[in-house]
Design a protein around this ligand. Structure first.
Ligand SMILES: [Zn+2]
Length: 585
């Protein structure tokens, strides 16, 4: 491809709307274009990179015996009514009504459709296991699209589904897919960490995420440097700090004029925060819920949502609290009735708590559970915090940020039972098929590769994903000898099967080198009047500082050989620290 004919132009200025490095670089290099909020067009260079990524995904899934198919983006409401998941997805579902007034969804995922297909095809245990995948456009009406390709409303996703006879067989399929995922990230030059995850709206029993560790990630990961326990903060557990043992004392009401927050009350009464009870009101699917947790801990709303099995959860507004006949700000679990109550299990670990008195400017000391108050549910709803103990080994936990680049689920029999996907086992007994579901957002993965592989000048593509492998630059394209030598090398490289972007423009060397760095092709080759005096060309790897000079004679073959070599050294020489796959200490 000649740069003079390239459809897109590079931008010198960073577009104001770009809020992450990958977003800035993808826009500046002309690889994507925003059409609407969270909706992007891939332009020719970006599309080439995306197709290479898709090819890697295909090769690794085919390698584990998975078969590619293609399911529709339009999905009928009836299928979602059977699974019941349209409630869980709620407003994230794009809904359309056809001319016959039938409701359809633009699929955010395909468990329902694939289960329906398998229901029709699989009869007996002999038809199992099956691994099916597709690369397909998904739609999710994200409340806050951001970060360019990191959080969008229309996106390409690789989704794979496994179907097995039992849980043991599911474990085998799950491991196979996990290893395929690992190879995909390795081939993209992206180190990832596998962390325990919340299953969210997809549902199912166990799930894990592949996290690329970067400071710009919107997910937080709690991890242990000792035993490699790692979990998304949404899911993470921890050993809550113990409080010293003491005897339960009788209840005592005390005046706390103007003291409302945990900090104010614990300071005023000179007790530790772990000796206070925090009371929070939530609205869960429109119902007021009273939540109690030890004052030194915070509520993890995902854990609370799972405990309540609700779809919509938010802190109750003052109006909602008042409508329930309660007074915000002086709430207490004491004497509370007619309202659902949930307590974090930390209330069973503490003693002689200070709690609200259900009247302004007063608190009650020496509140003890279950002596003084009852709750409907006691469950872990606390957010794990760095410094707390690892749930596996007890060592101190750390926290880091990451971007989720893959999510794998052990779904079990939930979908098979709801959609009627059964098979006959060896003894002729009818059983539900055991499922797994696995997803990689292709555009997000591409953006994450850039988040991890760039410098202040632009992108550093790994050879495996680069839109073109070589950026060939003829300096002095008004000179016949430079033109002749550049055109010859351009043709020779193409004959060798090398993908070349040929900068045949007459702009200054500065402008063109800046573009070469911004676009980030792995190898830059320059032919100029100076290099031609010795019949040479200058080669420079994008990720290295120094250049080298090689004879033009036989150069195309030599470059093809260099590009085919394993590029481990590429990652050793990167200017920015790649980080490690393990927990930062
Ligand atoms: Zn540990």
């Amino acid at each position: 491809m000649r740069v003079s004919q390239l459809f897109t132009k590079t931008l010198r200025e960073t577009p104001a709307e770009a809020d992450t490095v990958s977003h800035q670089l993808l826009l500046r290099s002309g690889m994507i274009h925003q059409v609407a909020t969270g909706v992007y067009a891939y332009l020719p260079l970006g599309w080439r990179a995306l197709r290479k990524l898709e090819q890697i995904v295909r090769e690794e899934f085919d390698r584990i015996g998975s078969q590619e198919l293609r399911m529709p983006a339009l999905q009928p409401l009836e299928l979602w009514e059977k699974s019941g998941r349209h409630h869980a997805f709620g407003q994230n579902l794009f809904s359309v009504v056809d001319r016959r007034d039938r409701q359809l969804f633009l699929g955010p995922t395909h468990e329902e459709v694939v289960t329906e297909l398998v229901r029709r095809q699989v009869r007996s245990y002999r038809d199992l296991p099956q691994l099916l995948y597709q690369i397909q456009t998904k739609f999710r009406d994200e409340p806050r699209p951001r970060g360019g390709l990191l959080r969008v409303r229309e996106f390409d996703m690789m989704d794979l589904y496994s179907f097995d006879c039992d849980w043991e067989a599911l474990d085998v399929s799950y491991q196979k897919v996990k290893q395929a995922y690992q190879r995909i990230y390795d081939r993209c030059g992206l180190p990832t960490m596998i962390v325990e995850a919340d299953s969210g709206a997809i549902g199912g029993k166990d799930s894990q995420e592949f996290m690329a560790i970067t400071d710009t990630g919107e997910d937080q990961v709690i991890c242990c440097g000792q035993c490699q326990y790692a979990a998304n903060l949404e899911k993470a557990q921890s050993v809550k700090p113990k409080v010293p043992h003491e005897s339960a004392l009788p209840l005592e009401e005390v005046a706390t004029p103007g003291m409302k927050s945990i900090e104010e009350v614990s300071g005023f009464l000179n007790v530790t925060k772990s000796h206070t009870l925090k009371a929070v009101f939530y609205s869960a699917d429109g119902q007021i819920v009273f939540v109690a947790i030890r004052g030194d801990l915070e509520v993890n709303e995902i854990k609370l949502k799972n405990a309540l099995k609700c779809t919509n959860l938010h802190l109750a507004t003052e109006a909602e609290v008042a409508r329930a006949g309660l007074v915000a700000g002086s709430a207490s679990p004491l004497g509370l009735s007619g309202i659902k109550t949930v307590a974090d299990d930390s209330v069973t670990e503490g003693i002689n708590f200070v709690a609200g008195a259900n009247r302004a400017d007063h608190h009650v000391k020496n509140v003890n559970y279950p002596r003084d108050f009852k709750v409907d549910v006691t469950v872990d709803i606390a957010a794990a915090q760095p410094g707390q103990g690892c749930p596996k080994c007890g060592q101190s936990l750390s926290i880091t940020r990451g971007i989720e680049v893959g999510h794998i689920f052990k779904l079990g029999t939930m979908f098979a039972e709801k959609l009627g996907a059964f098979f006959l086992d060896q003894s002729g007994e009818q059983k539900p098929i055991v499922m797994g579901s696995y997803g990689i957002g292709i555009g997000r993965l591409l953006a994450t590769v850039i988040e991890r592989n760039h410098d202040d000048k632009g992108i550093l593509w790994p050879i495996s994903l680069a839109p073109y492998q070589v950026y060939l630059c003829g300096l002095g394209m008004d000179r016949p000898d430079v033109v002749a030598a550049s055109e010859k090398l351009y043709g020779d490289l193409q004959a060798q099967g090398v993908e070349v972007l040929f900068d045949d423009r007459t702009e200054s060397a500065g402008v063109r080198f800046n573009d070469a760095d911004l676009l980030g092709m792995p190898l830059r080759v320059v032919i100029s009047r100076r290099t031609l005096t010795d019949q040479n060309a200058e080669l420079k790897w994008r990720h290295k500082g120094e250049s080298q000079t090689l004879l033009l004679e036989g150069l195309a073959e030599k470059i093809a050989g260099l590009l085919a070599e394993p590029q481990e050294s590429f990652w050793d020489n990167k200017p920015s620290d790649l980080g490690s796959k393990s927990c930062p200490s």
